[in-house]
Each structure stands twice: as structure tokens, then as C-alpha cells.
Design a binder for this molecule. Structure first.
Ligand SMILES: C[S@@+](CC[C@H](N)C(=O)[O-])C[C@H]1O[C@@H](n2cnc3c(N)ncnc32)[C@H](O)[C@@H]1O
Length: 248
């Protein structure tokens, strides 16, 4: 089946958006890493860094480069510090693609920074960030970009029929036509998920550690404005037309 061009357009803008976001967030990551290294939270012999919702995409390694640059830019890091970098995503993530790109990444780092770019031990931690992923007090810096808008599940009730009618028929998120109860269901699900995320990280991060999270926001308090829903409306529309193609 051919992909509707609307879907190609959305998929392109979805994959470019995280790169833009990462470039905006870079100074914040720099500051967080440097402040952490320069504070006396503990003599750090080994620093735990986690990227939550890393995806198999190119941004995963870009983030590691940003962190290495931030570490190099401060006089507070010791050359003997070892860095444990954990890449997390769902069990279904294609971690092999990341691993296959590591040799080229290491070579590039060596070329750009010489042998002294530090000891980095990169590994994968599959599982949902809505729950514990790491041992207690094992992380110093946690990053997550463009991932926390993924809820742990469709809010209860939205995927079943009420009075013979699906509550959010033809939509994959809040839209202009969604009734108020759909908005409330999404809001409640986000609150539950985000609370669980914060509670889990609170156990895993050492006192004085840092966390940088970036996720989509909106300037209006109304979640059904064009600004908030446009891409999800388009995506829902494209999916519905693909389904109708299959059914005809
Ligand atoms: C839009 S991608 C962002 C990828 C990358 N962080 C970036 O900035 O390019 C969102 C990622 O979050 C992952 N994700 C969604 N829910 C998750 C969860 N509960 N636990 C871990 N990863 C999750 C998805 O599998 C996906 O790879």
C-alpha cells in the first residue's frame, strides 16, 4: 500500500522536529552537566547518564556528543571519571541499529577529540520509563527529549464503545470534535504517568543529580486549539484513509 503523501509530510516533520528541539535544549544540557560536575555532590568516580526514550534514530548519538562536549568544556571533570551511558526505550525499540552505529561513532570521537575523550561505557536498558529501570541512586544525569508525550496506554474508556458509540471516533488524540470527557481522560492519564515517571526517577537519581526533560507544549490552555492538535488531526486523517483503502 502506498503511503499517503500527507503521512510522508508528517513523518518528515516528526523526524526533523527532535533535532531542532535538541539544538534548542543544548545550552540547558551544557549548564546542567557542568553545574552538576562542579557541585560537590560526591567525588564522582563513575557517572551514570541515562537517555530515556532514545529511539534508534541519529539523535541518540548526537545527545551523547553534546554531553561529552559539555563535560570537556568544564574544568571540574576529572580525567579518571568513567561514564556509564544507558540508552533506554521500549522493549520493541531497534537497539541493534544503535549498536551497529557505535564503531563509527567511537572512531569519529577519537578523530575529533583524540584518545582523551574519556571512558564511556554505552549500554541499552529496555523497558518503560513509567516505572523503575535502574538501581537506586545510580544516576547523575537523566535526559529525555520528545518522549514524555507518549502515554503508557490509551486512557481507559476511550477504546471502548459507550452507548454503541466510540467516544473519540476517528481520532487518535484530543481534537476539536472531542467531547470534554475525552480531554479529561487524557489529562488524567498524563498526570498518572508523569507522577510515576517522577517517583521512579526520584529513587534512581543521586541527591544533587540533574534531569533535563523536553516535551511538546502549547501557548494556549485549550488543548483542542489548532496549534495543539494540527499534526494529530492530520495523522488521524491519513490513518483513516489508509484503513478505508484496505476496506475497499
Ligand atoms: C519521538 S521519539 C524521540 C526520540 C529521541 N529522544 C529524539 O529526541 O529524537 C519518542 C521515543 O520514546 C519512546 N517511548 C515512548 N514511550 C516510552 C516509554 N514508556 N518508555 C521508554 N520509551 C518510550 C518511543 O519508543 C520513541 O522511540
Amino acid at each position: 500500500m502506498s503511503m499517503p503523501c500527507q503521512l510522508c509530510h508528517i513523518s518528515n516533520s516528526f523526524s526533523l522536529m527532535p533535532i531542532k528541539i535538541l539544538s534548542v535544549v543544548k545550552p540547558i544540557i551544557d549548564e546542567a552537566v557542568q553545574k552538576m560536575l562542579c557541585s560537590n555532590i560526591a567525588p564522582i568516580g563513575s557517572m551514570g547518564i541515562a537517555d530515556l526514550g532514545c529511539s534508534p534514530g541519529p539523535n541518540t548519538l548526537l545527545l551523547i556528543s553534546i554531553i561529552i562536549d559539555a563535560i570537556h568544556a568544564t574544568s571540574c571533570s576529572s580525567s579518571s571519571t568513567e561514564f556509564r551511558v544507558f540508552l533506554n526505550d521500549l522493549f520493541s525499540n531497534d537497539f541493534n541499529t544503535i549498536f551497529m552505529s557505535l564503531p563509527a561513532f567511537y572512531n569519529q570521537l577519537k578523530e575529533e577529540k583524540g584518545d582523551g575523550f574519556g571512558s564511556f561505557f554505552i549500554s541499552a536498558v529496555p523497558g518503560s520509563f513509567y516505572g523503575r529501570l535502574f538501581p537506586a541512586k545510580s544516576l547523575h544525569f537523566v535526559h529525555s527529549s520528545s518522549s514524555l508525550h507518549w502515554l503508557s496506554q490509551v486512557p481507559p474508556g476511550l477504546d471502548c464503545q459507550a452507548a454503541g458509540k466510540a467516544l473519540n471516533k476517528g481520532k487518535i488524540y484530543i481534537s476539536k470534535t472531542s467531547p470534554q470527557c475525552v480531554l479529561e481522560a487524557y489529562s488524567l492519564q498524563f498526570h498518572k504517568d508523569f507522577l510515576l515517571f517522577l517517583k521512579s526517577r526520584a529513587e534512581e537519581i543521586v541527591g544533587g543529580g540533574r534531569m533535563v526533560l523536553s516535551l511538546m507544549g502549547r501557548s494556549s490552555s485549550d488543548p483542542s486549539t489548532q496549534e495543539s492538535c494540527y499534526q494529530w488531526e492530520l495523522l488521524a486523517h491519513a490513518l483513516m484513509s489508509m484503513v478505508s483503502e484496505v476496506n475497499t
